[in-house]
Design a protein around this ligand. Structure first.
Ligand SMILES: Nc1ncnc2c1ncn2[C@@H]1O[C@H](COP(=O)(O)OP(=O)(O)OP(=O)(O)O)[C@@H](O)[C@H]1O
Ligand SMILES: [Mg+2]
Length: 362
């Protein structure tokens, strides 16, 4: 950061936001990750006011009294409940910046590649309501790549796979643009659901938090790592009574197989559509995994074996998107190159003004 840049960001911080299906991450350029909390809001329906957000709201899931309504405002990467999303973002940004009084921040939010213009606008409005003096957005895959330390301005193509809670975004990037993008409606949450369903099939009911714990502690792709079985509490549906049960890694692995298969097939399908030059680039640049799903045991080697492309896991994969977005905001050149919609509109407007609209190609 230049001296001028550092003075400016001390007065008015540059904030990168990843408003994910599972977690919302707030990153301040120069200060690091300030907040990483579940994207959950609890409303008190008696007063229609916010009761809790983030960790506190998530702890209440499945345990809250009837008058508390638990909302997950992001579904499959996009806003499904605008008011809850707006509240979540505003409160988390407030909390992140509360320690030092400063001018309104500049905010950048990462948006999934599959988001429509209306969905992008909804994110921008939710972010603006957090009191920013400037807001913009970038494609999530580009932010993830920058956060993972990849050089997105290089000519050589590279692949980034972000396995989040709601979606898996598979992108091939080249010269600061997205060459190919596929967004799969499968992620960590569907794996949790599959584990829950698999146990229910064996007449044992567990909650989603327990299913997620089984996934993170016993889940794997490919060969079983040999973890000890885990005792979890639930309801024995035959006895209609609470019980503890030992769950094996084999059972968890079996439940996750279908979802992981979809992710692997999705990656291979994107690679199959690439022109030879770009495919060849990937042999050198490889595939980088980000998002919480990158932490599933064995997933990098499974993807590597299936695609024949070296696959690595980014450092701190859960915060790559927010860190990358914040870094892009701090670099005017990079921001100009990667901001797709604003850039597209500016080019269209400029070409219209000089009577050369046909020169515009999206
Ligand atoms: N160690 C782990 N092993 C397996 N899965 C994990 C691990 N840690 C986190 N996860 C999973 O990662 C998911 C959350 O990842 P992430 O925060 O990247 O998603 P998100 O950004 O909120 O969602 P999206 O990008 O789809 O909107 C959750 O499903 C969580 O269970
Ligand atoms: Mg994400």
């Amino acid at each position: 950061m230049t001296v001028l840049g550092s003075v400016r960001s001390t007065v008015s911080p540059d904030i990168g936001l990843d408003i994910g299906t599972t977690n919302t991450v707030v990153y301040e350029r120069g200060a690091g990750v300030l907040i990483s909390e579940p994207s959950v809001v609890a409303f008190d329906t008696r007063t229609d006011e916010i009761f809790a957000i983030g960790h506190a709201a998530r702890e209440m899931e499945g345990r809250a009294p009837g008058y508390i309504r638990i909302v997950r405002p992001i579904m499959r990467g996009t806003i499904s409940d605008f008011r809850a999303a707006q509240t979540l973002v505003a409160r988390l940004v407030d909390r992140a910046l509360a320690t030092r009084p400063r001018l309104a921040p500049r905010l950048i939010a990462a948006i999934p590649g599959c988001a429509t213009d209306i969905e992008c606008k909804a994110v921008e409005q939710a972010v603006r309501a957090a009191g920013a003096r400037y807001t913009t957005y970038v494609p999530q895959a580009v932010a993830a790549a920058v956060g993972a330390g990849l050089d997105v301005t290089t000519l050589r193509a590279q692949m980034i796979v972000d396995i989040g809670g709601g979606t898996t975004e598979i992108a091939v990037l080249g010269t600061a643009g997205v060459i190919r993008l596929a967004s799969l409606q499968v992620g960590g949450s569907s794996l949790d659901q599959a584990i829950l369903q698999r146990l229910r099939f064996g007449r044992f009911a567990i909650g989603l938090l327990t299913a997620e714990r089984l996934k993170t502690e016993l889940g794997f792709a490919g060969r079983p790592p040999g973890c000890e079985s885990l005792a979890v509490n639930g309801i024995d549906l035959d006895a209609a009574a609470p019980r503890a049960r030992l769950v094996s890694e084999a059972l968890v692995g079996e439940a996750m197989q279908e979802g992981l298969g979809q992710i692997l097939r999705g990656i291979r399908a994107v690679i199959e559509t690439l022109p030879p030059e770009i495919s060849a680039d990937l042999i050198e640049s490889g595939i980088t995994l980000t998002g919480g799903g990158a932490l599933i045991r064995g997933i990098a080697s499974e993807i590597g074996a299936l695609t024949n492309v070296p696959t690595t896991i980014a450092i701190e994969p859960l915060t790559c998107v927010a860190r990358g977005a914040g870094e892009i905001l701090g670099s005017p050149t990079l921001l100009e190159q990667v901001r797709p919609h604003a850039d597209r509109f500016t080019r269209w407007y400029q070409s219209l003004r000089i009577g050369m609209r046909e020169s515009y190609s999206p």
